[in-house]
Design a protein around this ligand. Structure first.
Ligand SMILES: Nc1ncnc2c1ncn2[C@@H]1O[C@H](COP(=O)(O)OP(=O)(O)OP(=O)(O)O)[C@@H](O)[C@H]1O
Ligand SMILES: N[C@@H](CCO)C(=O)O
Length: 293
């Protein structure tokens, strides 16, 4: 069995803990029952000995597998990881979603994507990464009574993501500690109105509106100050024609949405200006979680 889940870019400027979209960079896991437990990792994390044992995937998988089957069974897992860890591209969401989906598949139980999403909320309390990880596309999401309610918009092929990935990791829980404890009414209204406009622009495909709409007063500045080159990344992105350019999740990656025709030029400019950072041009992903039986 093979399960794969895409990387995600959350917040998208003002939509803190609310908006996110999926990009075509996937973590894939293959597994089958085995006499002995084993983990093999290829790609991101392959040199990290901590991931060879009871990592986040394994603990969530075991929790769900034993809840569903009441059995103890060893599995051989092979992970093919493309999503860099703690860089704001939803690596934890991908792991959480794939572990829950894998446990259900291993137990022979078919569940809806919505059910998997609601289980994922137990491990990540904000829905902005887990929703596009499961559903694909652009999503606005909220939580009511421990359930995720969301709306999805397919993203067209003529748009691409240019992601600039610094070497520096930014752990999400640590990165949340630098945020203000409260916001003024003025700033709350600012983010509310800009989030509403961002959502409307995505659904109406008014891409030229995004630069204005995707401005934020809640989290980006405080986080970007911990890696000030990110201010220059955003400036170069906009000077080069990006339609929107925002801190991806809690950072450190910077996400730009661009027209396909501009993507190579913008990526090359980023590579020239920021030679120490990784730069990728990615398609958007409209599939989310994929289960291959
Ligand atoms: N491939 C993986 N295998 C096992 N655990 C992983 C893997 N990828 C990420 N994790 C776990 O998720 C943690 C990273 O989560 P964190 O929320 O800090 O980053 P992120 O999800 O990449 O960023 P963001 O939520 O801002 O998009 C890692 O420390 C590790 O515990
Ligand atoms: N909304 C989350 C995304 C990162 O997981 C945050 O900004 O902390």
């Amino acid at each position: 069995m093979t399960i794969s889940v895409p990387a995600t870019s959350a917040n998208l400027g003002p939509g803190f803990d609310t908006l996110g979209l999926a990009v075509d960079l996937r973590n894939r896991v293959e597994f089958h029952p085995s006499k002995f437990f084993s983990v093999s990792i290829k790609g991101e994390g392959e040199n990290n000995p901590r991931l060879k044992g009871n990592n986040l995937f394994i603990s969530i998988f075991n929790e769900h597998y034993s809840r569903l089957t009441k059995n103890k069974q060893n599995f051989k897992f092979t992970f093919y990881n493309q999503i860099p860890m703690s860089r704001g591209l939803g690596s934890s969401s991908a792991v959480i979603v794939s572990a829950i989906a894998s446990a259900h598949e291993a137990a022979g139980i078919r569940v809806s994507k919505r059910r998997i999403l609601n289980h994922a909320l137990v491990y990540e309390s904000h829905p902005d990464n887990i929703t596009p990880a499961v559903m694909g596309g652009f999503n606005a999401a909220t939580i009511e009574k421990n359930k995720v309610f969301s709306q999805k918009k397919h993203l067209p092929d003529y748009l691409k993501a240019v992601v600039v990935i610094p070497n520096k990791q930014m752990n999400t829980s640590k990165s949340r500690t630098v945020l203000p404890k409260s916001y003024s009414k003025e700033n709350a209204v600012y983010n509310l109105s800009h989030t509403a406009l961002t959502v409307a622009a995505f659904f109406n495909e008014d891409w030229e509106m995004l630069k204005l709409a995707a401005q934020d007063r809640f989290h980006q500045k405080a986080r970007m100050k911990t890696l000030p080159e990110l201010f220059s990344v955003q400036k170069v992105a906009y000077e080069s024609g990006a339609l929107m350019s925002t801190l991806s999740g809690s950072g450190s990656t910077f996400f730009s949405l661009v027209y396909d025709d501009d993507s190579a030029m913008i990526a090359n400019r980023m590579k020239q200006k920021f030679p120490d950072f990784g730069v990728k041009v990615l398609d958007f992903d409209n599939d989310g979680l994929i289960i291959e039986r």
